[in-house]
Structure formats: structure tokens, C-alpha cells
Design a protein around this ligand. Sequence first.
Ligand SMILES: [Zn+2]
Length: 353
Amino acid sequence: MTPSRLRLARQRRAMTLTALSRASGVPLRTLSAYENAHHTPPAGTVARLAAALDVTPAFLAGDDVDLLVPDVVSFRKLSRTTAGRRDAALAAGRIAIEIADWIEARFRLPAPDLPTLEKHAPETAAEMVRQRWGLGEHPVPNALHLLEAHGVRVFSLADDCREVDAFSLIRDDRPFVFLNTDRSAERQRFDAAHELGHLLLHSGAPRVHGRDREAEANRFAAAFLMPRRGVIAQGLREAGVERVLAAKRHWAVSAMAMTHRLHELHLLSDWNYRTTCVALSRDGYRTAEPGGGRPEVSQVLAKVLAGVDAAELAAHLGLGTAELSRHLFHLVPTALAGGAETTPRRATLHLVP
Ligand SMILES: [Zn+2]
């Protein structure tokens, strides 16, 4: 058994050593000795640990892994996130990187195309990347597909990582974004754009998580999804709630994000901004997105899953197919077909941005 993999599996379940000891019946001190590589457990114990952690014994026997540490990722709302839940999300991210490695040994994915825009203000950076990616002043059709077409690897966070909105990191020159799918389509798009902001604006310096960086990433996301000139051209000065709702449908953003953007661009007075927020809250737009769109899902992962045996991938990773699916936007078919593996070597995925 590989000690780092025991720790990874334990963190993925947000279990303390004490909790794992209780769940597996393995004494706490013995468990601690396993995780610190002082002892190697017998096969029967490995099986009990694997069962308690919902992985296969093969998962625990895999290659040594380096766990993701909070410094290398950007987190939103870290203050509200307990360390255990944060580590569970990081462990999910680490497992997703193993999935990415498996995929990239078989498929050629788009090369990363993220310019370095660290010296620019968020609004300018958003305009520059929109221009580079040929978006003009149009709405972003599908933010997730757009990121993937420009080389970002996107995975879903399991639904037991609810406290974490999203996070991003760069590993081996590959940008990764992890999205929580347990929110509205509009909110998930904003999260994707927010993480893109971190990747473009904050990837060079050490990832210090501060309010400033969060504000910058939010500002970037708003400008990326609702470009200044495009919004101004809509003639929305002092627009009422109905027109704000029409505009938010046009840009596929939340009603609150649209209202905030109109205020930011001085198209809504402070007074109208406040009254619009009150009206939208009353209609349920603060906590949800009534009449919202369908959440975006990965195009890369859908295409990969159409061409591989997901059961083989799950077995390779040492995970059950249900757990695998949690990382893959729930795209793994529930009834898996068996049969021989016929994946062509390094096939190129053709993506529609
Ligand atoms: Zn952030």
C-alpha cells in the first residue's frame, strides 16, 4: 500500500484518522503508522480500509502521489470553508488530474492558449482575451466549451464538495478548472469565468488568497461575460426589472450579476440599483435563478467517454464508476457496456468552441 494514496483517499472523504479508524475497525495508532509509512498493512486490512474509503485496493496500491496544497490553488470564500472540506475538494482535484493524465495519454487535447495578462486591469484583460479568442461583443455561447477549446482542462467537483464553489491551478503547464455543478447554470458560468480570471491574472505570483484577488477575478468575470461596449450598446440606462431580466437572458448571466454590471458601468443609479436588487430578491433571484438555462457540461469529457470503456478507466483509477462520474459532470453512462478496449492511440478531439 502507498501511504500518500491512503491519505489522498481519506482526504477525499473528509475523514480524520479517528473517523477512518472507527469506520474500518483499524486501531488509530496502527492507521497512523500506515499513513506515515512506518508499517505496511496485510492484504486483509488494505481491503477493509479500501471499503471504508469507497475505493478499490488497487487505488491504495497505486503510484505515490503528491497531494495538492492550498497554496497552489485559488479558492473562493476560503474563510467559510472548513479545512476538511477544502482538503476533500483538493483531493477530488488531485484524482481528476489522474483522470486527465489517463485521457491525455490517449487523446490529443487542445494546447493551452492563455495569454499572460498579469500587468493589466481585470476589465482590460477581459477585453484582450475576448479579442484574442474572437468573441467580439457577443455573448459567450458556452463558457465551459470555450475554456476547453483554449486548452483548459475542466472537471466537476463531486456534490459532496458543496462548500467549495470552484478552484483552479496550473500543473505541468496545463491549466485546470474545477467547477461545482450544484448551482444554477448562470452561476456556474460566472464561476468558470472567475477561475479564468485567476489563471490569466494571478498565475505568475504565489497564490495569496486575498479579498483583492477575489474582487479582481469577479471583475474579470463580469467584463468577460458582459463586455462593456456590448452592454452599453443595448441602451439599458436606468432599465427597469423587465429589461434587466431580458439583458441577463441575452448574456446568460444571473440577474444579480447583470444588475451589478449595469451599476458598475454607471447605467443604473445607486437608487435604481438598490431598488432593482430588492425587487429581484423578492422574486427569488438572490438564492436561485428562476427560469434559468441548463448547466453547461464538458465537451471534452463527453467525447472521451463516447470513445472509451468507462469501466476500464474506473478500474485503472481504482474507483467505482459512480465516483468516477462525479468528477466527469455525471456523464458516465449508468449501464456500462463491457467489451474490449478499442481506443485509438492519441486521437485528436475536434472541439466546437
Ligand atoms: Zn477566486
